[in-house]
Design a protein around this ligand. Structure first.
Ligand SMILES: Nc1ncnc2c1ncn2[C@@H]1O[C@H](COP(=O)(O)OP(=O)(O)O)[C@@H](O)[C@H]1O
Ligand SMILES: [Mg+2]
Length: 259
């Protein structure tokens, strides 16, 4: 049960000469919940942006292993939608929903990458297209139930309470049927009760068999939910280990409290 799902080696990115990620090595195991933590500006979101094809790394390799015995796929150089198709989905630190569309429609969009309907099929709405559309609706609804948003199906996403919008982002990512789910600060801006609820949900999703890598500032969440933690500071990995190891690591304490 210790098979690698994602192997990052020597990953670097620079913006105008500033190294935002500096020779990062990191590997994620199948079905674990792992976290990337680090001070503001450390490069955490940049890391996710590289993994999902939004930023082009200047060096390094990103290998994804979609199954137990599956061959490695290099995600480097792939377009975001191709990476989603391979089985990596994400949420964003700043919520990115379509506020003028319904909750259900927002999830249906996330399902798009698993649909096959051609443009012609969509225009003439043949039987296969209608069947597929119904499948997308049914699956999207099931996912909304899963994340506790079944009561909001026809509400406009923009009208949902903040905590519900964060769940909807997760639902949309889940609609792509990922093997690896990347969550960028899933509890950001949440009150303590909402944070507990989202923790519970993340735990349930992981129990369904997904691998989860999350970025989070809420240390209680990270320490109680994650099996392994990677600490990044100034684009470099300064520590990795279990919550207990990370808590007592002097480099980590220094990065957080200042020298
Ligand atoms: N598109 C970009 N252009 C220029 N600089 C960027 C860009 N994206 C991120 N950075 C810089 O990279 C560093 C890391 O940012 P980020 O990954 O957002 O940090 P974190 O998510 O850890 O708070 C910061 O100094 C930030 O200003
Ligand atoms: Mg960030």
């Amino acid at each position: 049960m210790n098979t690698t799902i994602l192997k990052i080696s020597g990953l670097s990115v620079s913006f105008g000469g500033i190294l935002a990620l500096d020779n990062l090595d990191l590997d994620i195991k199948q079905k674990e919940i792992a976290a990337v933590i680090g001070p503001n500006g450390a490069g955490k979101t940049t890391f996710f942006n590289c993994l999902t094809g939004l930023y082009a790394p200047s060096a390094g390799e990103i290998l994804f292993y979609p199954g137990r015995d599956a061959e490695a796929v290099s995600l480097k150089g792939m377009k975001p939608h191709q990476i989603t198709e391979k089985g990596v989905a994400r949420t964003f630190q700043n919520i990115r929903l379509f506020p003028g569309m319904t909750t259900l429609e927002n999830v249906m969009i996330g399902r798009h990458c698993r649909s096959r309907a051609s443009i012609l099929g969509a225009l003439f709405r043949n039987a296969a297209t209608r069947r597929e559309e119904q499948e997308i609706i049914d699956t999207s609804y099931t996912i909304l139930e899963r994340v506790g948003l079944a009561g909001y199906v026809n509400e406009l996403a923009g009208n949902l309470p903040y905590g519900a919008q964060r769940r909807l982002e997760m639902a949309r990512a889940l609609a792509a049927e990922p093997l690896l789910l990347l969550l960028d600060e899933p509890a950001a801006g949440m009150n303590p009760q909402e944070t507990l609820n989202i923790m519970e949900l993340i735990g349930e999703i992981a129990a369904d068999g997904l691998t989860i890598l999350l970025i989070e500032h809420d240390m209680k969440l990270v320490m109680s939910l994650c099996q392994r933690i990677f600490v990044i500071d100034y684009g470099r990995k300064i520590a990795q280990g279990s919550p207990g190891e990370i808590r007592s690591n002097p480099d980590v304490i220094k990065a957080y409290l200042g020298a």
